[in-house]
Unconditional design. Structure first.
Lengths: 288, 194
């Protein structure tokens, strides 16, 4: 694993990063529009920065099925907001969750550092935008789904192998287009094109993705695979989320896309300390 | 014996037991300053004096005590490349003949509710005498320090203090650190002998 370069920011090879979800949507599954108003979204940014998030992931379109939001509407939701966050937080990594090259171009012009292509390269132009603007790119696995559609009777011969094949292919393509090799991240994309068994298997075998050598991002936060596994509705999935987070951290995931920054940071640090990759904060017990 | 440095046998000074944040940076700086001074003239050999492993250590498979490990680590930290020889005073080392001596010793670990050994009221008086003697270069109180009482107070290296006090004369002393931040009496001092 090497150093990460996310737009104007660089992180050492042993860094783990909290990517806080900031929705500029009225209908995302977890917050249900709590940060739809721009000032509320900005307050959320302030809060997660105070909590220690290194990255904010700004989204203007709900991932799930819902009313059509065209590119112009999506740009209206996110581009000026990126500019506002950029001005207020020069040291923060700004990611935008989008599948559209047009949106990517608009947010990069406003200071985005990272394009989170959550729909697996559906628009091949997005990687070209990342190269043009010298920003980072998250390459995800969706099993070939069209954006904002749910999996229905999708099956894999080997879901982990498919996830590695698809994300690494996108990563190599991005590098061939001119994206800095240190700026490409892969994400198995839990729940995207996956049933709960698939997401559990991807979690269990995350070390195989890490072994690809590309830095791995996981987005587990409060998702349906947690809810189904523990029979918990949205709002009661934090413990399940954090349990899966610990396993992914132990396997070597580098970036964690989350709703709860403080809790996730503690779990990730604990898992990495157990794995021997992070020293305790301090130690005097038995050592005075 | 020309130069002596005193530092605590505290395992938190070992690189392998360091966290991301140094709990006692002032102590570490003082230790490095004292040991750097000790080897300033690049002596061919440094005698490291302190307690060897206890029977309990040996029962757990430990054959190198903290005094030896911390002494080696401090010498390494200041870039000393000569020979470091560890000795427990009980083995009768030639302290007088050593050009440089590093003494791993500390006072009581029974100096507070959060101290490793809780509180023993005797600790404060005993430690005070030793700290003053180290600061003043006064050999008599160190020569008189009682290892049995030291053991009761969970002190370390009391015999080493005895041995060095017996060999030292015409001392110019400097106390670089004194405190009990974790309920253990630490000191860092240097002695230049006439």
């Amino acid at each position: 694993m090497g150093a990460l370069r996310l737009g104007r920011h660089e992180f050492p090879a042993d860094a783990t990063l909290m990517m806080a979800i900031v929705n500029r949507t009225p209908d995302s599954f977890y917050d249900r529009g709590a940060t739809w108003a721009e000032d509320k979204a900005f307050e959320r940014v302030e809060r997660v920065v105070a909590d220690g998030a290194e990255i904010v992931d700004i989204g203007g379109v709900k991932a799930g099925v819902g009313p059509d939001i065209d590119a112009a509407e999506e740009i209206g939701r996110v581009a000026s907001f990126v500019a506002r966050v950029r001005a207020a937080h020069p040291d923060l990594v700004i990611s935008v969750d989008t599948w559209r090259a047009e949106v990517g171009r608009a947010v990069c012009a406003e200071g985005a550092d990272l394009l989170n292509d959550a729909w697996g390269g559906y628009d091949p132009g997005l990687a070209e935008v990342a190269a043009e603007h010298d920003v980072a790119l998250v390459c995800t696995h969706t099993g070939g789904l069209t954006p904002r559609t749910n999996p229905y009777r999708m099956e894999y011969d080997d879901v982990v192998a498919d996830a590695i094949r698809a994300t690494v292919a996108q990563a190599e393509r991005a590098v061939s287009l001119g994206v800095d090799r240190r700026s490409v991240v892969i994400d198995p994309a839990h729940d995207f094109g996956k049933n709960t068994f698939h997401s559990l298997e991807v979690t269990r075998r995350l070390d195989e993705m890490v072994a690809s050598g590309w830095p791995v991002l996981v987005s587990l936060s409060n998702k349906d695979f947690v809810g189904e596994t523990l029979d918990r509705p949205v709002g009661e999935r934090l413990l399940g989320t954090l349990s899966a987070t610990a396993l992914c951290a132990a396997a070597g995931a580098r970036i964690f896309r989350v709703h709860e920054v403080t809790e996730t940071r503690q779990v990730v640090d604990m898992a990495n300390a157990v794995a021997g990759r992070l020293l305790p904060h301090h130690a005097t017990r038995g050592l005075a | 014996m020309r130069r002596v440095a005193f530092a605590p046998a505290a395992p938190l000074l070992l690189p392998g037991y360091a966290g991301r944040v140094d709990p006692l940076p002032d102590l570490r700086v003082a230790c490095h300053e004292a040991v750097a001074w000790l080897v300033l003239d690049r002596p061919a050999r440094v005698l490291v004096l302190g307690d060897g492993p206890t029977d309990a250590d040996r029962a757990r498979g430990v054959t190198t005590g903290f005094a030896e490990r911390v002494g080696s680590a401090l010498l390494a930290a200041v870039g000393y490349e000569g020979e470091a020889t560890f000795a427990d005073p009980a083995t009768g080392p030639d302290v007088d003949g050593a050009p440089a001596v590093l003494v791993l010793a500390n006072g009581s670990a029974r100096r507070g509710d959060e101290a490793p050994g809780y509180v023993d009221e005797r600790a404060f008086g005993v430690d005070e005498v030793l700290v003053k003697a180290l600061a003043d270069g006064d050999t008599a109180p160190l020569a008189a320090a009682d290892p049995v009482l030291g053991a009761e107070l969970m002190a370390a290296g009391t015999s080493a203090l005895n041995a060095v006090a017996a060999a030292a004369h015409d001392v110019r002393a400097s106390l670089l650190y004194e405190g009990d931040p974790l309920g253990v009496q630490y000191w860092v001092a240097t002695w230049e002998c006439g």
